[in-house]
Design a protein around this ligand. Sequence first.
Ligand code: GLY
Ligand code: MN
Length: 468
Amino acid sequence: MFPKETYIARRKTLLEKMSSCAPEGKRGIVLFIGNVEAAAQYKDNAYKFRQDSSWLYYFGIDEPRFAAVIDLDGGEETIFADDVEIGDIIWMGPQPTVASKAALVGVGKSAPYGAVDSVVGKALAAGRKVHFLPPSRYYNTMKLSALLGIPEGEISAKTSEDLVKAVISMRLVKEDCEIAQLDDAGALGQEMHTVGRENIRLGIIEQEIVGKMEACTLAKGWGVSFATILTQHGEILHNHGHHNIVEPGRLMVIDAGAENDMHYASDYTRTYPTSGKFTTKQKEIYQIVCDCNELAFSLTKPGTAYRDVHLATARLMLENLKSLDIVRGDVDVMVEAGIAGLFQPHGLGHNMGLDVHDMEDLGEDLVGYDPDQKRSSQLGLGSLRMARRLVPGHVITDEPGIYFIPALIAKWKAEKTDKGFVNYGKLEKEYLDFGGIRLEDDVLVTADGARRLGPGRLPIRPEDVEWA
Ligand code: GLY
Ligand code: MN
């Protein structure tokens, strides 16, 4: 937990931001619902608890079954949770009181969990607006539905856009104390990747490497920040199968990150030659992705839209694919036509923070796009999750990739989506069994440019990732 002043200051800023949405006396209340435990099979065998990230941001308490109300008109704050009784003490041991936990985050008033029903009920009866965020868990949807008398299916549509925008504006720009946590999660993520690289051996099952990597973050942090991707089929972007035997001559994509004990994330991707050395063909494609990663980093600075950085890397990618005779024609026209999407059907990067894809539960476009930016419908650019003009404190990933996806190549060929720019003869003859390459770093936008998070940088140049 951060010092209580951090949470007090955040809630004060939130109150100020929300004060512009209505005149005093008409602002209503903000309702936050923390996560509860989710049964794996039966109630007492629950999945590992993960607190809601916006709750953590404003209230810090990393325990299940908490809620809070902020009165936007009077400024009063209340935390709702139950003190333990003897039945809990037998199984969990003695616990601090809810009041003392609330005091740790600067909230002076607490009440039993069930009391939130009457507080919200009273606000509704008085015709006051109840602001809430889109719930990411089913329990929270159910709870909101019951509290507000809104059918579950309508909860998402009734969330408060004013609140969503206020929260996004705050969480998007990381405070110094958060950057320290992100560096810490970066250190842990880099340790995972170092272990991963050192454990690539022909003949073993991929899962053995996954286990050793995840042991690092479980030993020193909370766990993984998302389900580890480790595969010799990197052309399947989020391949979570780890059952294959490591074979010679393949490319292994490892996309994995750590979540530290304060729940900040890291997210790195490296691609290794399973035999220790790239073939010439692999190295050519690897070098293009590596150059795109470097270009993106060099362009990352305040004032630049990340959408333009995505497009600059798409241009470089196509230029280099053209020199390999994989695509043919005018590069600028190809960029405009979205031809890069055949090879990189995802965006250059996303926001990162308390969530590895930060705040996507609050709405991808609201999080990743400035009000005057419109999301593209092109494959690749349309999946860009962070397009905004950059400001100091933004934390983003830089993750270009090139993939040869047989089904996508066949579809584009059949539907002539490439408008004649793609040399299918070469692709079909030489690249259908290539796999994919992705290279990802985590980047902080600074006052005059950017720096990579974490203590150093995972090896990335082809000669540095190869081994004897
Ligand atoms: N590293 C997983 C993702 O960005 O989706
Ligand atoms: Mn990522």
